[in-house]
Each structure stands twice: as C-alpha cells, then as structure tokens.
Design a protein around this ligand. Structure first.
Ligand code: HXC
Length: 513
C-alpha cells in the first residue's frame, strides 16, 4: 500500500510538471500562465476536481511511445466560480504544444458530456498547436467529436472559449460554435490557414498577429466577442461574463439583491441633443438606466453602430441591444445586424430578458451593403427578435425610421412593452427626405422651393416626428419622461418576470443564414 501511495504521488508530481520546467519557464517568458495556473485563478480556491490526470496518449508512431506525459496536454475537470458549478478544460502548451490527440479529445468530450448532463457551463481555455501531427486522422476525428458536442449542447448549457495561445486550422471551429470567445492580446491568434499558406496561395505577406490576432478579430471579423490585456484580465472577464448567465437553458440568470428606491434619474433628461442630426453616446442612456457600473459590453469594437451587452436592472441580469447614434448615426448594416442577432439569440437561449434602445435612421444604403446581403443579414436580426420568447421591452429614444423601426423589437414582432421618450420620431423616414419625395411637385413649382421645402418639412414633422401617432394606435404603450425610464423599466421587467410564451411546434426554424 505504501508503495502504491508513493507511486501515486510520483505520478501526480509528474503530471503537475506537464512538459517539464524548461517548457513552463518558456510559457511564463511569453507572458502566459500555464494551464494549471489558469484553472487555479479561474476557479474558487480549492474547488477544482481534476478528471483524467493520469491519461496518456496511445500513439506508437514516430517514437511517440517513448514520449509520455500525464494529462496528455489538457487539464480537465470541474469546480466552482462564485460557488456555481462549471466544467473546464485547459490545454497545456508545454505538452506537445497543447496539440490535440485522440485521448486529449476524449478528455474534453468527457467533461462536455458531464456538463450537459449536469446543466453547467463549459469553459475552454485554448492554447494549442492544433491536431497532434503524429496521430493523423485520429486527431481530426477527435476535433469532430468536440464540434459535434459544441453543436448538440448549443442552447443547452453556456459554452465559453478563451483563446490564450495559438488556435489554428479546423481547431477554430469549436470556439466559433460556442457562445462567446475571448482572446488575449499579443499572445493569442486564430486563423483557418496561417501566414505561410496565405503567402503561398494569395501572395499576401501578413503576420500571424495581423491575420488573426485579438485586434483583427475584435474589430474586423467579429470572431471574438471580448479581448483581454493578459491572462489574468481574461480570467477576470470570464468570471464577469459568467455572473450574468444562468447555468443552463432551464434556469434563470442569477439576480443580485436590490432594494427599490425612488429610481428617478434626472441626468437621462439631458442626453438627447436639441438638434435631431446631432449624435450622442447611447451608452450614457444605458448607464443612466441600469444599475451603477453594471454594464458589460460585448463585441465593443466591432460594428460599433450597435451596442450590445449585459447589465443589471435592480439586480436582474438583462441583455441590452441599442443603436449607437454616435457611430454612423446608428444605422443598421450587415455587421451590426449580425452582431445584434447573435446576441439576441444567446439571451433568448438562456432566459435573459432583453431591453432594446432605439435610435435608428434605417438600413444603410449602397452597393456594398446590397452585394454583401443586407437583405439576408438584416433579416437575421428581424428573425432573432421575432423568435425570442424572453421578456422583451423597447424604449425609443429618438429616431425609429422605416424598416428598422419594425426590426428593432417593435410591438408587431412580439415585444411585450414598447415605450418612447417625447423626443421619439416614428416614421417611414426623416421629415426632410419624406417631404422631398411626397411634395416634390409643389416644391419644384414653388416661387421659393427652399422655403416650400422648409414649410412641408415642418408639416410632415408635426404629423410624424413624434411618438404620438404610434401611441394612439397602441404600437407604443406609453410615452414616458426620460428621467422616469429606470423606474418604469424596473417595474416592466418585474411584471414580465414569469412570462411564458411558446413558439409553434416545429423541429427548428430556418433562419436566414
Ligand atoms: C504535435 C506539436 C504541434 C502539433 C506544436 N507541437 N504543434 N506537436 N502536433 N500540432 C510541438 C512542437 O513540435 C514543439 O515540440 C512544441 O510543441 C512547442 O512548439 P514550438 O514550435 O516550439 O512553439 P512555438 O514556437 O511557440 O510555435 C507554436 C506553433 C508551432 C506556431 C503552434 O508549434 C506550429 O506551427 N505548430 C504546428 C501547427 C500546425 O500546423 N498544426 C496542425 C494544424 S492543422 P518540442 O518537443 O520541439 O518542444 C489542424 C487541423 C485541425 O489543426 C482540423 C480539425 C478539423
């Protein structure tokens, strides 16, 4: 027995050393934590229970039988974050560059299966050279086993991918299917084909960082939802993200205790500029309405004409979707539609109520947009809102023009409560554009066309540049003063707390992808 105990201890010690001290030092020299350190900082102290520590690979080709490391390049197990169960895998770059072997994949699949059966999130800390080259197709099969589970469990349990090192080739498709991806600046990258292949095929010279670093994916492609300055920041953001989401699709997101006060926010009345074409930052509205410093923005640097993220309202977790007048006047385009749609669907999967702030002049015109399928992509946002059964509240702060009025969680597509500030303008288009079209003849034949345009513009604005005609029809439930917004919305979401709504029975819809 004593022998066996000391054998066990020696195996555990070896497992903790991963690929050896020299490789651990190399990892640290790059500014990266090791897989075990990452898990240590992510989970509540002492809560980690490792599964499969003594697993080794089965490969016998290329002398691999002589190179065995316990855990086989991935640390897997479960523990808690803020006392809530999570399953985690962390690829260990010190062992064969964190590359994925058949057994490495089996370990990941095992904890994914456990997570799904036990209704808890899976967090993947990725740091890998990709498929274990010595194992060939077995490794490719292992990836597919993971992708299959990512898909099967999508919408069942939250799945979050942190990219904390290389993530290349087909390996990128696991993070892509998960709900959120966060990349560490400077030490991580994601691409399907690396700079060498790019050079061979297209003759483009590009560095790994330019091609697939955190900056490229947070601003250009939108592949990553969040970026972190280093490993510790990444872990802090993972924890914050988890605090807004429920354990699984059957549960509600955790609420913080909150005592209702008067909730009037006078500063909200000072945000809308006097001139309708003047921009303002919609984040000021979000921050004025939601609990102090609770806003956690997602996809911050991508498609900045729409703002999405989580925040708390009287302690409740709420998903925010808001047009951003400060960027391209808040217009909807291909990228902002995709960004909004993806976020709405996440919230709907996981019972997170939606607050939609509207100030939108319409869809962006032009060949670029049409040829990049603004029709199909705009339809994604429309579809996502229409299908969502979570509590849905809309507040129109200023413009709600054209098709974008319909799309932005209008009453007609199933919103539960639609509010507007007195500054709201709900119309087919702005007064000037509308007058130029419908009064074209009068303006053209007038002695002073400019004065006539002004006159007609005022006439149109009087009729439609307000929230009242929509309110009289019941499309808006109430016109509220900005300073009352927080109070009204707290009450609205409390009223909708136990909302039940079902879609017609179907296998699944056919979203315009
Ligand atoms: C086996 C690997 C490996 C891999 C790295 N290593 N990647 N071993 N399979 N895929 C090993 C290295 O041999 C090295 O071992 C150790 O890990 C560390 O690697 P380094 O090259 O020293 O590290 P670094 O300089 O930081 O470069 C990291 C790297 C590079 C850029 C990731 O290692 C690399 O290019 N690896 C190959 C990447 C790749 O082509 N993967 C296959 C992609 S195709 P020693 O013993 O020397 O320290 C793919 C398909 C998936 O993944 C399809 C899914 C559907």
């Amino acid at each position: 027995m004593k022998d066996k105990l000391s054998q066990l201890q020696s195996k555990i010690d070896k497992a903790h050393l991963g690929g050896g001290q020299a490789r651990i030092d190399k990892q640290h020299a790059k500014g990266k934590l090791t897989a075990r350190e990452r898990i240590h900082f992510l989970l509540d102290e002492g809560s980690f229970e490792e599964i499969g520590m003594l697993v080794t690979h089965r490969s016998t080709d290329f002398g691999m039988e002589k190179q065995q490391f316990y855990s086989d390049g991935v640390i897997t197990g479960y523990g808690t974050v803020e006392n809530r169960l999570v399953f985690v895998f962390a690829q260990d770059f010190t062992v064969f560059g964190g590359s994925l072997s058949e057994t490495h994949a089996e370990k990941i699949c095992k904890i994914m299966d456990l997570a799904a059966k036990n209704g808890a999130p899976v967090i993947g800390l990725n740091d890998s050279g990709g498929a274990r080259i010595q194992e060939g197709v077995k490794s490719l099969g292992g990836y597919a086993d993971i992708f299959y589970r990512n898909t099967k469990f999508s919408g069942v349990i939250p799945q979050i991918s942190a990219i904390m090192g290389p993530c290349a080739g087909g390996a990128v498709y696991s993070p892509a299917i998960t709900d959120f991806t966060i990349m560490v600046e400077g030490t991580s990258y994601m691409f399907v084909t690396g700079p060498n292949v790019v050079k061979t095929v297209t003759n483009e010279e590009v560095s790994a960082e330019e091609l697939g670093g955190a900056s490229a994916h947070s601003t250009k492609s939108g592949v990553t939802h969040l970026t972190a300055t280093n490993d510790m920041d990444c872990i802090a953001q993972l924890k914050k993200l988890l605090s807004f989401v429920p354990q699984n699709c059957e549960e509600k997101a955790p609420s913080l205790p909150y005592e209702i006060k008067d909730e009037i926010r006078p500063q909200l009345g000072k945000i809308i500029p006097p001139v309708v074409s003047q921009p303002y930052d919609i984040r000021e509205v979000v921050e004025g309405i939601m609990d102090e410093e609770s806003f956690f923005e997602i996809h911050k640097d991508y498609a900045e004409n729409i703002v999405v993220g989580f925040a708390r309202l009287a302690g409740r977790s709420v998903g925010i979707v808001a047009n951003q007048p400060m960027n391209m006047a808040g217009v909807l385009d291909v990228n902002s539609s995709k960004k909004g749609a993806r976020f709405v669907r996440f919230c709907d999967c996981f019972n997170i109520p939606l607050l939609v702030l509207v100030d939108v002049p319409g869809f962006l015109p032009g060949t670029d947009q049409e040829w990049n399928a603004i029709i199909t992509n705009g339809a994604k946002l429309l579809y996502a809102f229409s299908e969502a059964t979570v509590p849905r509240v809309t507040l129109i702060t200023r413009k709600a023009y054209g098709g974008a009025y319909d799309v932005m969680n209008s009453k007609h597509i199933g919103a539960d409560l639609n509010l507007a500030w007195p500054s709201a303008e709900i119309a087919v288009m702005g007064a000037k554009g509308a007058s130029e079209i419908i009064f074209r003849k009068e303006i053209k034949s007038a002695d002073d066309p400019a004065a006539m345009l002004k006159e007609k513009e005022a006439e149109y604005a009087e009729k439609f540049a307000n929230p009242f005609s929509a309110t009289e029809r019941g499309f808006i439930d109430e016109v509220i003063l900005p300073e009352q917004s927080r109070r009204k919305l707290i009450k609205a979401f409390a009223m909708l707390e136990n909302k039940v709504d079902h879609l017609p029975k179907k296998k699944h819809g056919n979203m315009p992808l």
